[in-house]
Design a protein around this ligand. Structure first.
Ligand SMILES: Nc1ncnc2c1ncn2[C@@H]1O[C@H](COP(=O)(O)OP(=O)(O)O)[C@@H](O)[C@H]1O
Ligand SMILES: [Mg+2]
Length: 234
């Protein structure tokens, strides 16, 4: 569904990522894991069209999208849930969701998506008239994922959804991601929390200083001694 080839991005001439190759198959959850500052967000933002790439090809659903502006990529079915959630705290939960449908014109279908999200996340439905900023971090993350789904995506790009969430809610957020995936949405999941991410991923990539240094099935990576040493401190 998504093929990234030889992706390279720099900021003011300083290389952030290079030669990044990633595949996300239809219906899969693929993890991209690595420590802080290694290029995870840069990769996702380049795929979403929010960072311009110096080189590389990005193919989504059979189309080369590397030269399309971000909103066109959203329109084709690629939806980014950004780092730090970026919900609008002073707007209601429902208004936040509605804003996620900004590329869509059919109000009837948008309403259907809203109902669908409320079905998937009853907590969000219960709080629909509440100001989003009054919710817990975990609930805000679910709202951010819900907002991403309002674009009716074929694929979600999730940037560190477990960031800043109480540990007991991390599992809940990951369960939510699995649920969304089971509903047919492919997922590219970026995480520092590699143990949690690889536990739900079909396949994973490890990024270090802007390069993919390892890849494999989630469980294989978790059992890999080099990874244990480098990332888990075992
Ligand atoms: N807007 C920016 N301007 C300049 N440098 C940036 C910017 N965003 C990220 N970087 C640099 O690019 C590298 C990768 O950052 P990032 O993609 O945010 O990593 P991660 O998401 O893995 O923490 C880091 O060295 C970071 O300092
Ligand atoms: Mg990041």
């Amino acid at each position: 569904m998504l093929q990234v080839r030889n992706l390279k991005v720099s900021y003011d001439g300083v290389l952030a990522i290079s030669k990044v190759d990633i595949n996300v198959g239809k219906g899969k959850i693929i993890a991209l894991v690595g420590g802080n500052g290694n290029g995870k967000s840069t990769t996702l933002r380049a795929i979403a069209g929010l960072n311009s790439a110096d080189a590389g090809q990005i193919t989504f659903d059979g189309k080369e999208i590397g030269n399309l502006p971000a909103h066109k990529r959203v329109g084709l079915g690629l939806s980014l849930v950004p780092e730090g959630r970026r919900i609008f705290g002073r707007l209601t939960v429902q208004r936040n969701l509605e804003l996620g449908a900004y590329t869509r014109r059919d109000t009837h279908e948008v309403q259907e998506s809203l109902e669908n999200i409320y079905r998937l996340f009853p907590i969000i439905k219960d709080r629909r008239n509440q100001l989003a900023g009054t919710m817990s971090g975990g609930e805000q993350q679910m709202l951010a994922i819900g907002r991403g789904l309002m674009a009716k995506p074929k694929m979600l790009l999730l940037d560190e959804p477990s960031w800043g969430i109480a540990p007991k809610f991390v599992t809940k957020v990951l369960d939510t991601i699995q649920l969304v995936n089971e509903e047919g949405v492919s997922v590219l999941l970026v995480e520092q929390n590699l143990h949690k991410a690889l536990a739900i991923a079909h396949y994973g990539y490890v990024i270090q200083t802007g390069r993919i240094v390892m890849q494999g099935a989630g469980q294989d990576l978790l059992n890999n001694d080099d990874i244990k040493k480098a990332y888990l401190g075992l």
